[in-house]
Design a protein around this ligand. Structure first.
Ligand code: MN
Length: 397
């Protein structure tokens, strides 16, 4: 079993009227959720997320963790349908959970949005999660430097959140738990106010997780407190039944929720044929065995290939049959395809709209970030023109 010791703190900050952050400390499940949306929507969304995660009793695969997050997402979506004044509410979610995978102990991490999970390294704070934000996408593309991103006016625009769609894209990690490791889950109110060096310093100096969390939250409020601040410090006190070889970065596997990106960083350890451990049942091991070919198998394979070819052509047709208005870097553009792509068919830019994201009417922004779909190009053009008109009206005021 993994034994944790933890402590947390949260504060409304100096500017906001209410605290829309929520923390969950339900050993072995730890969650930080940062809600957004008016009319109490943010508070409701993050509270529903945390309540749903609290219901999860045991997690033994990252897929189960993803399903828990999907369930939380559905609850928020359903709640927003019931109460129209909560429409548009959403929440980020970062979760750390102790898992028993087969006979091994593991840590599962899930992330949606711009709350973060770090591990406290000897020399520095190691950010594990990747922010789902507009600026992070710009940094990844080399359009913005890390430093510019820190102060970018649109740094709070998240590109993924719970409560927006029926399904949410969830990034997950499976980690090796190591006694003595310290993790921190936090909302953006922390790292927008304190540098990672400052955060690291406190986490190295203050041994008690609760005292460390309080010190960090107080520090963030003192240096501005422009947003709600939440910090959850989780120490791994004991961990039995872990792998013999533990990767330096603790990472056993990463699953980023975009097509074709299931990464496995290290080859799996060699195990006996009767090891039931699900983690070792990997595609690359099964294909190493020579196939046992018979004519029946040949006919079957041919039939499957024909079915696949038919399916594929309809997927291509589907993937390319619509248009949507969305964002490319900082420009509004018309894409051909589907906002999240279909399989490996990413949308392509059909034509630019001469309008930058910063000019958009703020009310239009969430829709455009998600991508507004149309069956034909003319409708997409008409919508883009309407966007431009609203943007112009704003300037005139
Ligand atoms: Mn926040």
């Amino acid at each position: 079993m993994i034994e944790f010791r933890w402590g947390s703190a949260t504060d409304v900050g100096k500017v906001r009227a209410s605290n829309q952050d929520q923390l969950l400390t339900a050993d072995p499940m730890f969650v930080v959720a940062d809600g957004m949306g008016g009319h109490n929507g943010g508070e409701v969304a993050s509270a529903v997320a945390v309540d749903e995660m609290a219901k999860v009793e045991t997690v033994s695969t990252v897929d189960e963790l993803i399903e828990a997050v999907q369930q939380a997402n559905r609850e928020i979506v359903d709640r927003a349908k019931l109460e129209p004044e909560l429409r548009g509410m959403g929440t980020t979610l970062v979760a750390l959970v102790g898992m028993t995978v087969g006979e091994r102990q593991r840590l599962g991490v899930a992330n949606v949005g711009d709350s973060r999970l770090y591990r406290v390294g000897d020399e520095e704070l190691l950010q594990l999660t990747e922010d789902h934000t507009l600026v992070e996408a710009l940094v990844r593309d080399g359009r913005l430097t890390r430093e510019e991103a820190l102060t970018h006016p649109q740094r709070n625009i998240v590109t993924r959140a719970l409560g927006i769609d029926e399904k949410v894209l969830v990034d997950t990690w499976e980690l090796a738990p190591v006694a003595g490791d310290r993790y921190i889950l936090c909302s953006d109110g922390l790292f927008d106010e304190l540098s990672t060096d400052e955060i690291h310093g406190v986490l190295r100096e203050v041994e008690d997780p609760g005292e460390a969390a309080v010190a960090l939250v107080e520090g963030a409020v003192e240096s501005g407190g422009r947003d709600n601040v939440s910090v959850l410090v989780v120490d791994v006190v004991e961990a039995d039944g872990v792998d013999d070889e533990i990767p330096d970065d603790r990472i056993i596997s990463i699953h980023k929720a975009v097509p074709d990106s299931v990464l496995r960083l290290d080859p799996p350890p060699e195990t006996g044929p009767d090891d039931p451990h699900p983690d070792e049942i990997l595609v690359d091991r099964t294909i190493q065995k020579p196939p046992f070919v018979t004519w029946r198998l040949g006919v079957f394979v041919a039939a499957v290939l024909i079915v696949l070819a038919v399916l594929l052509s309809s997927v291509v047709a589907y993937a390319r049959s619509s248009y949507f208005v969305g964002i490319d870097e900082d420009q509004v553009v018309i894409y051909r395809g589907r906002p999240d792509g279909v399989l490996w068919f990413d949308p392509t830019v059909e034509e630019p709209v001469v309008l930058s994201v910063s000019e958009l009417d703020p009310e239009d922004l969430p829709d455009v970030i998600d991508g507004v779909e149309f069956d034909d190009l003319d409708d997409a053009r008409a919508y883009a023109e309407a966007l431009a008109e609203r943007a112009l009206t704003d300037d005139d005021q």
